[in-house]
Design a protein around this ligand. Sequence first.
Ligand code: XMP
Length: 315
Amino acid sequence: DWTPEHTLESLVREVRERVGEERVLLAVSGGVDSSTLALLLARAGVDHVAVFVDHGLLRLGERAEVEHALKPLGVNLVTVDASERFLAALEGVTDPEAKRKIIGREFVEVFKEKARELGPFTFLAQGTLYPDVIESAGGAGAANIKSHHNVGGLPKDLGFELLEPFRYLFKDEVRELALLLGLPDTIRLRHPFPGPGLAIRILGEVTREKLEILRRADDLFISTLKAWGLYHETWQALAVLTPVRSVGVVGDERHYGYVLALRAITSVDGMTADWARLPLEFLDEVARKITRQVPEIGRVVYDVTSKPPATIEWE
Ligand code: XMP
């Protein structure tokens, strides 16, 4: 019968037998699937390189968190700081789908360059899960409403043999494996985070200044959720920097600051979602913290729309 220990043992064996003395390349995004995959390759002791493309659209401290989680456990992690390149490619772009396409394209380019530099590799390992296998076989329509350019979602024709050890597993099973492999809970139990990252949470053009503002506000929201023990009560929580500037008073002066929207939802799979009934005292504390510590933000609002009709993200 199924136990995580048995699964881990047989996956380690399967990877070792399939890979042998060949080399494996993989992309790590900071999510649970790719992180667990990297740990599995390290545990199996196969020759691997895990490439982590930092596109500059990550949350505060996320890159360091991933590095600190994986390197000590034997993952051969190579971080590529490509933030300049992504920002340059996004300059002047306001359309959400265009942003997604650019980020997806740049990601593949950066990854391919790195693969050439560090190669050759025989295998490309991907953290494909059973539901992904089903979905791509059935071409599920709902998933295509937005072009989901997952970081780590690479085209299948890069010229490598695909290694997909999780193709018969569900997310919960991967989380069990992650526990056995020593992945810290901060990553193992993390909310989903979109591949294009903060770029689709800055409505309109993405600039360095706006990324900086959103990153600080997002961090205050998430860390306060954790402090109140509410993080795991929600399926996903996010902050959206709107282009709206609204009036406020600072001293005796009228001051125009950005409107920041907070969104927290409960859900089973992200296909439908209900807005989370967070305590008013909590929202009050977060709004005060954000406006005090991020003075560019003048007003904080909370999104009380469920999905449908609204999507989880604002773009
Ligand atoms: P929506 O906004 O469609 O989001 O209700 C459903 C889930 O998908 C995530 N999401 C994305 N993930 N690339 C991703 O990798 C994307 O372009 C993208 N857009 C939305 C969203 O965060 C939520 O978990």
